[in-house]
Design a protein around this ligand. Structure first.
Ligand code: MN3
Length: 239
C-alpha cells in the first residue's frame, strides 16, 4: 500500500462511522468499534447474495461450505489470535503492514479472513462483462486491452502452483497482476509484490473442486461471468 492510502486508512479508522457491507475494503480495514451486534473485533460480513445466486458459475454447495465453514473458521481463528495478541484496536491494514513481526497464525488466519471478504464482494449475480470509467481506461492503458488483461489474469490464476490467490493490484499509478501463496495478500509486508487490491480470485481447490474437480481453467472462465466490476471500480478509485 502506498503512503497516501495508508494515511487515508488510518484517518478513516478514526472516523468510526463505517458500516459493514457498505464498502468492503473500508469495512474490513477497521475493527468493529460499535460492537452492537457482534463482540468480535473483526466480524464476518454477511454475504450480499444467497448461496445459489452465482449459479451456474459458482454452485450453491461450494458457496455454502466456502462461506459458512472455511471463511467462518478463518474469521473465528483470526479473532482469537487478535484478542490473544491484544490487537483489537489495530486496523487490519496496520496488522498486515507489520505481519512479519507477528506469529504465523495471524498471517494465515488474517489473510484467510480478509481475502475472502474481498472475494465475496467482488462477485455478484447478473454481473460480469467489462468494467467502465476510469478502471476500464487504466486497464486499457496498462494491458493494451480488456481481453489482454483477462487473458494475463487467467493465465496467472491457472499457472499458480498449489493454493493461493491471483490479484489485480494498483501500485505506482499502474495496474499489475500478481499471485500470492496460501492466504497471503499484497497488503502484507512479506508479499513479494505489494499494492492495493482491486480484484482477486481464490484458486484454492476448495473454491471450485465440488463442481469443477481438477478443471481449474473452467472455474476461472466461469469467474468472469460473476465479476462485480462496480466493486472493483470502487476499490480502484479509493486508491
Ligand atoms: Mn477460499
Amino acid at each position: 500500500m502506498d503512503k497516501r492510502t495508508f494515511l487515508k486508512t488510518v484517518a478513516l479508522a478514526g472516523a468510526g462511522a463505517l458500516v459493514l457491507g457498505q464498502n468492503p475494503i473500508q469495512a474490513v480495514n477497521h475493527p468493529n468499534t460499535s460492537a452492537a451486534n457482534d463482540p468480535l473485533p473483526f466480524p464476518q460480513p454477511p454475504l450480499n447474495y444467497p448461496y445459489d445466486a452465482l449459479e451456474p458459475f459458482i454452485d450453491a454447495r461450494t458457496m455454502e461450505i466456502h462461506y459458512s465453514k472455511h471463511h467462518a473458521t478463518y474469521t473465528k481463528n483470526f479473532n482469537a489470535a487478535v484478542m490473544d495478541l491484544k490487537l483489537q484496536e489495530k486496523s487490519i491494514a496496520d496488522i498486515f503492514q507489520n505481519i512479519s513481526k507477528y506469529p504465523p497464525a495471524l498471517r494465515n488466519q488474517g489473510g484467510g479472513y480478509f481475502n475472502h471478504n474481498l472475494y465475496w464482494s467482488l462477485m455478484a449475480p447478473n454481473a460480469g462483462g467489462e468494467p467502465s470509467g476510469k478502471l476500464a481506461q487504466q486497464i486499457s492503458n496498462d494491458f493494451g486491452s480488456f481481453d489482454k488483461f483477462k487473458d494475463t489474469f487467467s493465465k496467472a490464476a491457472a499457472g499458480l502452483f498449489g493454493s493461493g490467490w491471483t490479484w489485480l493490484i494498483f501500485k505506482d499509478n499502474k495496474l499489475q497482476i500478481t499471485t500470492t501463496p496460501n492466504q497471503d495478500n499484497p497488503l502484507m509486508d512479506i508479499a513479494t509484490v505489494q499494492g492495493v487490491p482491486v480484484l482477486t480470485l481464490d484458486v484454492w481447490e476448495h473454491a471450485y473442486y465440488l463442481k469443477y474437480q481438477n478443471r481449474r481453467a473452467e472455474y476461472i472462465t466461469a469467474f468472469w461471468n460473476v465479476v462485480n466490476w462496480k466493486q472493483a471500480e470502487s476499490n480502484f478509485l479509493q486508491d
